[in-house]
Write a protein that binds this ligand. Structure first.
Ligand code: TRP
Length: 446
């Protein structure tokens, strides 16, 4: 099937849609809470700036130059060792692994949309914890159904092609999400908890920084920018020649970071205002925000609806980008029809997703542990600490060493200028691979 090219804005939007997702609104705040605040945020920001953006641009470059699925792009752009490098292209598979829990979380959002519509959001912390914990630990059937709904929506959009539907959704919903978050931020600024939230997020306390926190901050910076599994590569494959990769990369990274920080400020203001400790894990967003929404009465219901809808769409646009690389591979390399490629991939992550749900459900969880962690936590940890860094390092080594330097330079030097190109190239060749190696090693021994 012929793929339509993105417009320039369309690409930035789609890539930002891929980047801005549950990672920003769900994962970033709860990890910041878990790992102690400011110091974690600082490591996250530094890695985004010095490693993340470089890698994002590298992956975009590979996609634009390759113009096809990840395996083909790796193969085409390596003048030597084609065969070995093509193997690196299989990193697209990580997207489906991520989807095994990502889709489940999107299901939780659907549940909260339902609660909003039926006026049954919790009005105090105790209820909030009960409702979430009940869903998380005792309602596996509901979770499976919601997970299935998310799988079907994602599959449906993928099957229709990305450009027509999803670009338009992004265009409306991303700005809406920002407006909602800004509005909530304004409201939160009237709280006493607001300044506490700011200092929690932006005043680093290095005594709280252990090696696990550093590893997770780096892993998360890859996750949030959607680096290392061929999502960005797949999108950039449909870029028009005139598109500016450097500028697009900066835009995507900026939007992504801005939205994560904004969500963090809002959520922690609410948390501190209500006197709850921020170290609560995956339930954070689902417990602290609804209380506020209920307090706001009717307006709150509208805001809650908008917020959860915005979050659902942010999640769905990212979900699509997680599955698309696999679909593209199956279509292009295996000649499989779009329909079969989409629903085959969907079935795979749907089935494993059920195991993820059971792994945190009472009655099943003791059978689905990996070490001390539930399967759910273990997979998430493995994605952050090993799989995404692995993807990142492969891309860095490939663009830095395997690709022809002149070709890389030609593609980027007009956009970046000589000096920035040199810095970027240095980062790709030395800083990014070494930093990632060091961190994955530490994750291994920790
Ligand atoms: N970045 C998205 C988020 O923050 C998730 C995501 C989409 C992703 N595509 C990806 C993560 C590719 C890693 C790789 O929610």
């Amino acid at each position: 099937m012929q793929r339509a090219n993105f417009s320039r804005v369309g690409f930035i939007l789609a890539a930002a849609g891929a980047a801005v997702g549950l990672g920003n609104i769900w994962k970033f705040p709860y990890m910041t809470g878990m790992y102690g605040g400011g110091a974690f945020v600082l490591v996250y920001l530094i890695t985004i700036l010095f490693i993340g953006v470089s890698l994002l641009i590298a992956e975009m470059l590979m996609g634009k130059m390759g113009g096809s699925d990840a395996v083909s792009s790796f193969e085409k752009e390596a003048p030597r060792h084609k065969w070995a490098w093509a193997k690196a292209g299989y990193l697209f598979f990580i997207g489906l692994i991520i989807m095994t829990f990502y889709s489940v979380v999107i299901g939780w959002i659907f549940y909260y949309i339902y609660l909003t519509l039926t006026n049954s959001l919790p009005s105090n912390m105790e209820d909030a914890q009960n409702i979430f914990n009940h869903l998380y630990h005792n309602s596996w059937m509901i979770q499976v159904i919601l997970h299935a709904i998310s799988v079907v929506i994602v599959g449906y959009i993928l099957q229709k092609g990305i450009k027509g539907g999803i670009e338009k959704f992004n265009l409306i919903l991303m700005p809406l999400l920002i407006v909602i978050l800004l509005g909530l931020c304004l409201y939160a600024s009237t709280f006493g908890g607001f300044s506490k939230a700011l200092s929690f997020l932006f005043v680093p306390d290095f005594s709280k920084l252990n090696s696990e926190a550093i590893i997770r901050a780096v892993g998360h910076s890859f996750f949030t920018l959607s680096i290392g599994i061929g999502s960005i590569m797949a999108y950039a494959a449909s870029l028009p020649k005139s598109a500016n990769i450097f500028r697009s990369g900066l835009w995507v990274a900026f939007l992504d970071t801005f939205i994560a920080l904004l969500a963090g400020v809002v959520i922690f203001s609410f948390l501190f205002e209500f006197g709850s400790e921020p170290a609560k894990g995956p339930g954070l967003v689902f417990m602290s925000l609804p209380i506020i929404f209920v307090k706001l009465g009717f307006v709150g219901t509208i805001v809650a609806l908008l917020f959860f809808l915005g979050m659902a769409f942010a999640g769905l646009t990212s979900a699509i980008s997680l599955v698309e690389p696999t679909v593209m591979y199956l279509e292009r390399r295996k000649g499989i029809s779009k329909k079969v490629a989409v629903w085959g991939s969907s079935f795979f992550y749907f089935a494993i997703g059920i195991l993820m749900i059971l792994s945190v459900s009472d009655g099943f969880k003791e059978y689905l542990m990996i070490g001390k962690k539930s399967l759910f936590d273990a997979v998430e940890f493995a994605v952050d600490s090993f799989l995404m860094p692995l993807g990142g390092i492969l891309i860095a080594l490939f663009v830095g060493y395997a690709m022809n330097k002149e070709a890389v330079k030609d593609a980027l030097k007009d956009e970046m200028g000589e000096t920035i190109f040199k810095i970027w190239y240095f980062s790709i060749r030395y800083i990014a691979p070494l930093a990632v190696l060091f961190l994955s090693y530490n994750a291994l021994i920790s």
